[in-house]
Design a protein around this ligand. Structure first.
Ligand code: NAD
Length: 426
């Protein structure tokens, strides 16, 4: 991974590539190249030692042409404005691609949650919501969990906002516990979406999933559930890693037992019956399907020529650099791009919000079957355009996505709509 790779530059390049093919109005491109707004806040928090510490936070709203903005909030010692802007833009493109009525947003608070007591964390969370309350709401901007934020954090967010407004507002955030308005299937939704798109791609590639070998980079939430669902389809998980190291067994690893091992030991390293492997060995391993599910910028131009997988399903956001993307495309590797592959998470977040708004809750089967329809339909739209336009799959995904946002911007009058024709593709 290149430490100084700016992922916002990656977003701009992806936008450029699709804009050129779409012959996009430069004003639309200008509107998509910068977020609508970014709010920077200072949050004074009384620490357990009695002193006040001031934390810094951000909330970036990229584009709301299609509906209220949506995106996670991360707590991390390094919260970088460009990174937040990039992640907000990806949310816009992802929501548009799968056809859900949201724009994109992202937020972060600069802190190390591992060093905070539970009381300090709760006060910080409530303080952050007080600071961004004027900007968020179920019809304005809907936060969700991200790195180092979870169901508990979402519960505090929702509770604090409800107190500020004097109205119980479960639709403020998604990723809540079931008991206060969460949705069945949310935890595993990203991976379930990955599984549906891999299944569709395998049909096209004539890849038999009953004998396909799978490698998972980043055995966390998205990675471990992806392993589980692909294993259920018959795939053999031959390697997985996390930040502690990697494990390999050509005969296959049971993902549920590996997950239990990780829960008990804190990481996958040392899982019985496996050999240790490096991150490089894992990424370049002979396999059918590679699922990068850790961080951005993992598959670089240096590594791409060494990749052996025929199918890459991007569970992580931005795991492949633009340089690597071109190399892999030329090598004939089929990439299911992040804005398509991992869109299951935000799709079920949307389901959670819909259930909150009409206060009626669906079964897990209802959630799963609605998710499947959306993911399969998005996959097919991208695949058809990829075939028709002879572009790489990521460009095709951006073209479908940007076309829909463009139609919304034109309909709203943000730029003129000369021919009364809102869309070229949708
Ligand atoms: P997570 O924290 O649960 O898991 C990430 C895993 O990656 C951890 O096991 C961590 O140890 C591992 N990891 C970190 N650095 C690594 C490295 N250098 N090499 C190998 N492994 C490493 O996070 P998550 O929610 O599963 O998210 C993973 C990725 O998927 C992120 O890019 C996230 O933005 C993306 N994503 C997640 C969701 C979701 O619903 N969870 C939705 C969309 C996108």
């Amino acid at each position: 991974m290149s430490e100084d790779y700016n992922i916002y530059e990656v977003v701009l390049q992806q936008l450029d590539n699709a804009a050129a093919r779409l012959e996009l109005d430069p004003r639309i491109k200008e509107l998509l190249a910068e977020p609508m707004r970014t709010l920077k806040v200072s949050i004074p928090v009384r620490m357990d030692n009695g002193q006040i510490h001031v934390f810094k936070g951000l909330r970036c709203q990229h584009n709301d042409a299609l509906g209220p903005t949506k995106g996670g909030i991360r707590f991390h010692p390094r919260v970088d404005e460009d990174e937040v802007k990039a992640l907000a833009a990806w949310m816009t493109f992802k929501c548009s691609l799968v056809g859900i009525p949201y724009g994109g947003a992202k937020g972060g608070v600069e802190c190390n949650p591992k060093e905070l007591s539970q009381g300090e964390l709760e006060r910080l969370n409530r303080g952050f919501i007080q600071a961004i309350a004027p900007l968020i709401g179920p019809n304005k901007d809907i936060p969700a969990p991200d790195v180092y934020t979870n169901e508990q954090v979402m519960s505090w967010f929702m509770d604090e906002f409800s107190k500020i407004k004097g109205v119980n507002t479960p639709g403020l955030v998604t990723g809540k516990p079931l008991v206060i308005g969460g949705s069945f299937g949310r935890h595993s939704a990203t991976a379930r979406g990955i599984m549906y798109t891999v299944r569709e791609a395998a049909k096209i590639l004539d890849l038999d999933l009953h004998s396909a070998s799978v490698v998972i980079q980043g055995f966390g939430n998205a990675g471990s559930y992806s392993a589980k669902f692909l294993h259920e389809l018959g795939c053999k998980i031959i390697a997985a890693n996390d930040s502690s190291g990697g494990v390999y067994n050509p005969e296959g690893i049971n993902p549920c037992r590996l997950k239990k091992y990780k829960e008990e030991n804190g990481n996958v390293r040392g899982y019985p019956g496996t050999e240790p492997i490096s991150n490089y060995e894992l990424l370049t391993m002979d396999c059918d399907i590679l699922v990068p599910a850790a961080l951005e910028n993992q598959i670089t131009g240096d590594i791409a020529p060494e990749i052996k997988a025929t199918l890459i399903a991007e569970a992580a956001n931005g795991p492949t650099t633009p340089e690597a993307d071109e190399i892999l495309h030329d090598m004939g590797v089929f990439i299911i791009p992040d804005i398509l592959a991992n869109a299951g998470g935000v799709t079920v977040s949307y389901f959670e919000w819909v259930q909150n708004l009409y206060n009626y809750y669906w079964t897990k089967d209802e959630v799963d079957s609605k998710l499947e329809k959306i993911m399969v339909s998005a996959f097919n739209r991208v695949y058809e355009l990829y075939r028709k336009e002879n572009v790489n799959i990521r460009v095709a995904a951006y073209m479908v996505s940007i076309d829909r946002i463009t139609a919304a911007m034109k309909a709203r009058g943000w730029v003129e709509c000369e021919a009364r024709e809102f869309s070229k593709i949708i």
